[in-house]
Design a protein around this ligand. Structure first.
Ligand SMILES: Cc1cc2nc3c(=O)[nH]c(=O)nc-3n(C[C@H](O)[C@H](O)[C@H](O)COP(=O)(O)OP(=O)(O)OC[C@H]3O[C@@H](n4cnc5c(N)ncnc54)[C@H](O)[C@@H]3O)c2cc1C
Length: 474
């Protein structure tokens, strides 16, 4: 019998941490190795630290200084808002990290200072009291890294992983080229023996080609065209967080709105008294590539965007293009080695506009905690882990890919089956009703904040309320 994803999702997101909060978790592993020391890899390392005598993170880049940039994470200069689901988990694994982030100038934006608006019309307040963490991505990564690597049995090795070794259809070691002082390695390869390996190599993970080369089934790659163009710049913010009416703004614009090609804009009050402002356009639309274009585009948007860009520039415009969303289907890989899992963007990287990436990584780590806490049979492939993770990926994909597929079909005039048309109509009703009815907003936000499964929006009561609200609309 197939398990229902809804209760599984609730279990993965649940408020109390999985396992024994008193630290008596079973130690199943001698050396666990995580390849990739970014958000997903660090959170996986935190989970593994409960179950392994030693955790080694292999990371190709030098540590990212707050405000700096590194080649392995080309998106690190773009806006990164942490959704409530990711924030909840982060705080559970690294208690006090929010306070530390705030003391470094990041903003925990509550409902009073957060605005989401469609074509300039503000969403009805959901009354839920959720908070978003507005912070520069380099600072957030540095805070997580400091917490995780301060654990006595977690260490980071600088080098580039180049392959895996196997014994009896289980991963047994990671091959890597160590980085020399101050740069690239000398071409030598070292081997780290490990009895559990996590691929956290991000969107361009090499795991599939390694598996293929060793005769295993690579996970099927699914792609969805979602051509997005980001432009992000930083500006001096003359007023403190407390003085701001809005500290986190998200503006979504329909093609009919005179936004100069901007489909989404965001303004976050972040550390060092700065505004981080992002403009996004789809397809051929590339708004704000120079600072002049950037300010001109903001001048045509609701007030907060021109306010946020009024101060002196503290970092020039940085652009980022991504052509598609991707996911890899691990549950369908028939011949897969034991003691190996994949997390974060290596598994699924979405249209970033939905802000799901880091929260997904946190929920993948939660799946890992549930899997290892269940004392699994480590002699066989980690199917249970991939099933749990599949629930999270499906949920995130339904939110981001659903919107992108609808937009693509509308652009191309594609005929869609009746059931898909009905689902999209229902989503349009719900989205429109978020401007009118706080209860509908709450159901919608719970899903987009990754706190509840998207199936909760299929509840007839939610749709009926949404339709009632939109039909009352003047
Ligand atoms: C434009 C943009 C905006 C985004 N905005 C948001 C947002 O608002 N909110 C949000 O939650 N998410 C956002 N995301 C998603 C977020 O960036 C990722 O989901 C998040 O960084 C988790 O990624 P990761 O750790 O899986 O991989 P990555 O961050 O891509 O890191 C992969 C790591 O693996 C290392 N690596 C790769 N290969 C090797 C190797 N062979 N050996 C050793 N190390 C290796 C790399 O150096 C890197 O450190 C955004 C993404 C983009 C593109």
């Amino acid at each position: 019998m197939t398990e229902s994803p809804l209760p599984l999702f609730e279990e993965i997101v649940r408020v109390s941490p999985p396992g024994d909060p008193h630290g008596d978790l079973s130690v199943l592993l001698d050396t666990a190795c995580v390849i990739g020391g970014s958000i997903a890899g660090l959170l996986a390392a935190r989970v593994l630290s409960d179950h392994a005598r030693r955790v080694v993170v292999i990371e190709a880049d030098e540590p990212l200084a707050p405000g700096g940039s590194r080649p392995g994470v080309p998106q690190d200069q773009q806006v990164h808002t942490l959704l409530p689901a990711g924030h909840l988990w982060l705080e559970r694994w690294a208690p006090g990290i929010t306070e530390e982030a705030q003391s470094r100038g990041a903003s925990l934006v509550g409902p009073d200072q957060a605005v989401t608006a469609f074509d300039g019309v503000r969403q009805a307040p959901d009354g839920a009291g959720h908070h978003l963490l507005a912070i520069g991505r380099p600072l957030l990564e540095a805070l997580i890294r400091d917490r995780v690597t301060s654990l006595p049995h977690v260490s980071v090795v600088r080098g580039r992983a180049t392959g895996l070794q196997y014994v009896d259809d289980a991963v047994s070691a990671v091959e890597y080229a160590p980085a020399a002082e101050g740069g690239r390695g000398d071409g030598s390869t070292e081997v780290l023996e490990a009895d559990f390996v996590v691929d956290a190599m991000g969107r361009s993970s090499r795991l599939s080609s390694w598996l293929r080369a060793s005769g295993y089934t690579e996970p099927q790659l699914e792609r969805l065209e979602a051509p997005i163009n980001y432009a992000t710049a930083l500006f001096e913010r003359p007023v403190t967080l407390a003085e701001l009416a809005t500290a986190g703004a998200l503006g979504l614009f329909s093609p009919e709105y005179p936004s100069g090609g901007v489909s989404v804009a965001a303004a976050n009050a972040i550390e060092d008294q700065q505004w981080l402002v992002m403009l996004m356009g789809y397809g051929a639309s590339r708004p704000g590539r120079t600072i002049e274009e950037f300010r001109a585009a903001c001048a045509g948007l609701p007030g907060v965007f021109s306010e946020a860009t009024a101060g002196a520039l503290t970092r020039d415009v940085v652009t980022y293009h991504q052509a598609e969303s991707r996911r890899r289907h691990f549950t369908q890989a028939s011949h897969f080695p034991a003691r190996l899992v994949s997390v974060g963007d290596a598994v699924a990287s979405f249209n970033p506009i939905y802000g799901q990436g880091m929260s997904s990584a946190a929920l993948h780590a939660s799946c890992l905690a549930l899997y290892l806490g269940g004392e699994p049979d480590l002699g066989t492939a980690a199917r249970r882990f991939f099933e749990l993770q599949g629930v999270v990926v499906d949920a995130a994909w339904a939110v981001s890919a659903g919107g992108d597929a609808a937009r693509l079909d509308a652009e191309k005039g594609t005929e869609v089956p009746d059931d898909v048309r009905q689902q999209r109509w229902a989503m349009e009703q719900i989205t429109a009703a978020t401007l009118l009815d706080g209860e509908v907003t709450r159901a919608f936000n719970d899903v987009t904040y990754m706190l509840r499964h998207p199936a909760t929006l299929a509840d007839p009561a939610v749709l009926a309320r949404a339709v009632a609200a939109t039909s009352r609309r003047p």
